[in-house]
Design a protein. Sequence first.
Length: 551
Amino acid sequence: MDYKDLANLIFPDAKDIKYYEEKYPERNLKEGAIVTRIAPSPTGFIHIGGLYQGLIAKKLAKQTEGVFFIRIEDTDQKRLVENGVMEIVESLNNFGFEPDEGMVTETESKGEYGPYRQSLRKDIYQSYAKYLIEQGKAYPCFCSTEEIEEIRQKQEAAKIRPGYYGVWAKCRNLTVEEMIERIKNGENYIVRFKSPGREDRKIKHHDLIKGNVDFPENDQDIVIIKADGLPTYHFAHAVDDHLMRTTHVIRGDEWLSSMPVHLQLFHELGFKAPKYAHIAPIMKNDNGNKRKLSKRKDPEAAVSYYVEMGIPKEAVSEYLLNIANSNFENWRRANKDTSIDDFELQINKMSVSGALFDMVKLLDVGKTVISKYTAEEVYNKSKDWAKTFDEELYSILDKDKEYALKVFGIERGNKKPRKDIAKWSDVKENIEYMYDELFEKNKQDYEYQVISDKKEIEKILDLYINKYYDENDDKQTWFDKIKELSGEMGFAKEVKEFKENPGKYKAHVGDVSTVLRVALTKRTNTPDMYEIMKILGKDRIQKRFEQAKNN
Ligand code: GLU
């Protein structure tokens, strides 16, 4: 009896690997094309780090005319949640990182290199495990959980490396006959890889991000097929990325220490190993301490947070590129209006130790991104967001599109567009004063600033509406009239004049404008007041002034 008999006993129906090697041939792509993937587990939580990986993988594939695919790693059946695949697929699509191949819904996929869900690839893994057993490179292990625990305790007591290796690997030295007999007796087993490695030897690895690293060789007989017949991550990674013809594995750097196992598996399986790029996690500054963005502590670790806040997806991708390559910022400065698709991402320029995530900066990018949208885009996108997240805003926008376009059109489309909206959840408070029903609900106290005497304020408002306001005025005339009004009230008509004679005036034209602005909007800061007045019209201006006087 030999290894072949053993292999046939364990996997009687497994196909010869030749079948799969032919079924999934080398991809016919131009030289230098990168084939890469994202390989998430559908656990129902999508970390911003996952999206970051998606962005990098998608961009590299696109830049090189390669392929970006999504493979679902669902071999840990305990961690699965319903609709987990769909959530990931939708998230990637939503942010513009649609894969070229792989799962497109919970159950459907596109592409010739599938199935793209590991739980559907059981037969494939078994063929390759059989192939290893046939060559004596893998074997059944009958150790129970208790026996493994006993080994661990002994190792701990003797203060030696834990694991299933060397003399501790009890089942590796069973004879084929013994193995066959125990299987025939109905004993439970799993399949382990028979590692040819030695701990006192080193392997060298060149990582595209981390650079040259070396490790002791792997000598652990790791599990490759579990009791449920499904593979472990390590084995599935080698088989899948080989058969899917991945050229670049881009993944989290928590996997860097598994390189010795992975390179060994590729070697023993007779595969050419892909290139690896291990991405450092996104970090956060927590009171001066740099730490990983945490699913438990930081709401912004979840992709759903960005959706709920209504941070435009363009802003998120742009910001992620920003932290991926530090030269992005300079590129953006030189190419203000270019699409980020034109930026050439360089994997070797990624941070080795982890880029810092800065919410303030992301929101700043959001402001710039939104400032470049047309009024129509702002209308559509904020309404879309509001549909799910803010009923009141949705109904207001939906009621009168034409009016909303005027509101969103204030200071937009010009050289220095308004930059007061960073995310769709900011919209309501930024347009509130243009909608009476929202405005009247705002019971906040407001300050008039320099001119604060009630009588004076009343006089300004009355004079303005009765004597100076004319809805047909152009902007210059409109402003000249506020100057005239200032003069009539004994305030400086020019700021300059005020500064030159500080003792002479109580206030200046800017302070008078502020009175008008606060009475109109309950704010000291708004986009162009001329445009605001134009949209409100005389009756509403008058009404607001009356309300202000009675306040
Ligand atoms: N399922 C693994 C993870 O989510 C994939 C790692 C990889 O990209 O190979 O960490």
